[in-house]
Design a protein around this ligand. Structure first.
Ligand code: SF4
Length: 222
């Protein structure tokens, strides 16, 4: 394992039920640099049983790390954290996709900064930015979802893809970048102040009802 790291990784260990560990790579927007990729490939060459798996949240998991090798891998690979910092899932958006109406990467960065600036929250926040109404970043079922249209953004709050799945409450239609961020900020503060411990946004919206949430945020109930 000498000189294996060409770029250190931030990762969260996850214990598996077969006596192995997974390491969740804390990526943002699913992006891996060449240096990160080299580190991963060299690790997988050194330990042939380890596999790389994409997650639904646009992160990557190194799977199948034997307990016997765990400390060596951890010490060599980068920095281990108990929990990955928040990330934002984005689709390719207007920069790359022929259907894209809005740029997603820049908006994803702004959304991430907004989420980081207004915590801590009662529970984790999953968010997605999609460049058009196809919603490939799963924006309709994320805690915070933005969907690009020709004239701006639709903003969704409290979507869930878990049991009792539900689309988010639409807070706005066709708003500008700044208006979308301002609305998300207001909604996040409301969640921070109103949500119960370990209550996801969707659960809070269900508990309080769409109309009450819309009224509290000063929007017209859809
Ligand atoms: S949501 Fe639209 S812009 Fe984004 S990848 Fe899907 S089709 Fe393309």
């Amino acid at each position: 394992m000498e000189d294996i790291v060409t770029e250190p990784l931030l990762f969260m260990p996850v214990e598996r039920k077969d006596d192995t560990y997974a390491l969740r790579l804390c990526l943002n927007q699913g992006l891996l640099t060449p240096g990160m990729t080299r580190t991963i490939v060299q690790l997988m060459d050194t330990y042939p049983g380890i596999t790389l798996r994409a997650t639904t949240g646009q992160r990557m998991n190194l799977e199948g790390i034997p307990k016997a090798n765990f400390d060596d891998v951890i010490a060599t690979l980068g920095t281990s954290v108990p929990k990955c910092p928040p990330n934002v899932a984005v689709c390719p958006g207007a920069a790359l996709c022929k259907y894209g109406m809005q740029d997603t990467r820049e908006m994803g960065n702004r959304l991430l900064d907004t989420i980081k600036a207004n915590g801590p929250y009662p529970f984790k926040i999953k968010s997605g930015v999609s460049g058009c109404a196809m919603g490939c970043a799963l924006s309709f079922v994320r805690d915070i979802g933005l969907v690009g249209l020709s004239k701006g953004w639709n903003v969704y709050f409290g979507g869930s893809a878990r049991h009792r799945a539900q689309p988010g409450l639409r807070l706005a239609k066709n708003v500008s970048d700044d208006e979308a961020i301002a609305l998300v900020t207001k909604a996040l503060i409301y969640y921070r102040e109103t949500g119960r411990k370990c209550e996801r946004i969707g659960m809070m919206v269900r508990r309080l009802g769409h109309e009450a949430v819309a009224e509290a945020l000063g929007i017209t109930a859809p």
